[in-house]
Design a protein around this ligand. Structure first.
Ligand code: NAD
Ligand code: UFG
Length: 329
């Protein structure tokens, strides 16, 4: 029996495949390589000694999925495949609904037709929008503020409805906070296409001399140093969360925050990166970025209590591994 990993060549997916293999699972990856590279497979093999079975296929391709479920004995699906750029989702909402929502519907149809009844889904803290309170618990209200966030919210609802219709179906909805960092080998990590939007890849561009300075979006937030506060989590901790979620999964739908529970500001991250890399990062004070919130960090205690999972890696490890991966790419 194997675990089917959709989007397994991507950033979080490739780290999760490594952890699955380390934990003795057979893996099958389906990815259309829209935002990743086939070289991820060789790098997974270099780290683990095992090359996962791979299908280059879009999850909207029902025949392609049926072939995968027919050719492999799949016990569960970890579903990462999706588009994730908030700004792009505002400009191209239908592309996001078609890929993230439509793709999931096709995937679950194929799962059900082949008797596969367990899914672990990549949701996001973005479903909380501007949160009711921090730290955010899973029962905070859900009000995403952009099409990308809406797709995550809609997929959560779809999976809940499937669980109601089929009492044996299990859906674990993992709401990630801000993943950064890379595998310690430096072989896999985040490789954004084009100019990145997220803080860590943008700091790295400055460190590599590809940009002059990091734009600090707002110094007037009601936070200790005035800059935005987020819950950054090491991608390897996040990947381990999927193994725990897979093991603990029961019939029905259940949501968990995957974060560290600690908030760091933009300036905290820049300072930590400077310390980890030994490189001075020039900053440029800019107005707030539209749509940003002041503070977002998790209460991850439900995942600890019910999944037996807790993030353990430090901010220094996140920065060191991010730089170790990116510096010569
Ligand atoms: P990523 O872009 O690196 O990985 C996604 C992978 O899915 C890519 O390899 C891409 O080629 C593939 N893919 C996209 N659409 C596909 C399709 N229709 N069929 C087959 N493959 C397809 O992104 P990531 O950072 O690894 O994120 C993985 C998941 O986690 C996404 O669903 C994302 O929305 C979610 N998430 C990410 C973050 C983050 O900050 N990175 C935060 C919260 C949630
Ligand atoms: N920031 C800067 N300068 C930059 C980039 C970011 O100051 O050049 C700041 C932002 O204003 C924010 C913080 O750094 O305060 C983090 O920004 P990111 O873009 O890295 O992350 P966000 O928290 O805005 O968004 C991320 C994902 C979204 C997801 C959201 C909630 O990119 O997809 O977390 O999970 F929806």
């Amino acid at each position: 029996m194997a675990i089917l990993v959709t989007g397994g060549c991507g950033y979080i997916g490739s780290h999760t495949v490594v952890e699955l293999i380390k934990n003795g699972y057979d893996t099958v990856i389906v990815d259309n390589l829209y935002n990743s590279d086939i070289s991820a497979l060789d790098n997974i093999q270099k780290i683990t000694g095992v090359k996962p079975v791979f299908y280059e296929c879009d999850i909207r391709d029902k025949d392609g999925l049926d072939k995968i479920f027919t050719e492999n004995e799949i016990e569960a699906v970890i579903h990462f495949a999706g588009l994730k750029a908030v700004g792009e989702s505002v400009a191209k909402p239908l592309m996001y609904y078609e890929n993230n929502v439509g793709g999931t519907v096709t995937l679950v149809q194929s799962m059900l037709e082949h008797g596969v009844k367990k899914i672990v889904f990549s949701s996001s803290a973005t479903v909380y929008g501007d949160p009711d309170r921090v730290p955010i618990t899973e029962d905070c209200s859900l009000h995403p503020t952009n099409p990308y966030g809406n797709t995550k919210y809609m997929v959560e609802m779809i999976l809940r409805d499937v669980c109601v219709s089929d009492p044996e179906f299990s859906a674990t909805l993992l709401r990630y906070f801000n993943p950064i960092g890379a595998h310690e080998s430096g072989l896999i990590g985040e490789k954004p296409n084009g100019i990145p939007n997220n803080l860590m890849p943008r700091i790295i561009r400055v460190a590599k001399g590809e940009a002059e300075a990091i734009t600090v979006f707002g110094k007037d937030y009601p936070t200790p140093d005035g800059t935005g506060v987020r819950d950054y989590i090491h991608v390897v901790d996040l990947a381990e969360g999927h193994i725990k979620a897979l093991r603990a999964a029961k019939a029905g739908a259940k949501e968990y925050n995957l974060g560290t529970g600690t908030g760091y500001s933009v300036l905290d991250i820049i300072n930590a990166f400077e310390k980890a890399s030994g490189i001075k990062i020039k900053t440029l004070d800019c107005p707030r970025r539209p749509g940003d919130i002041a503070t977002c960090y998790s209460d991850p205690s439900a995942a600890e209590k019910e999944l037996g999972w807790k993030a353990t890696k430090t901010l220094d490890e996140m920065c060191v591994s991010s730089w170790n991966f990116a510096k010569d790419k």
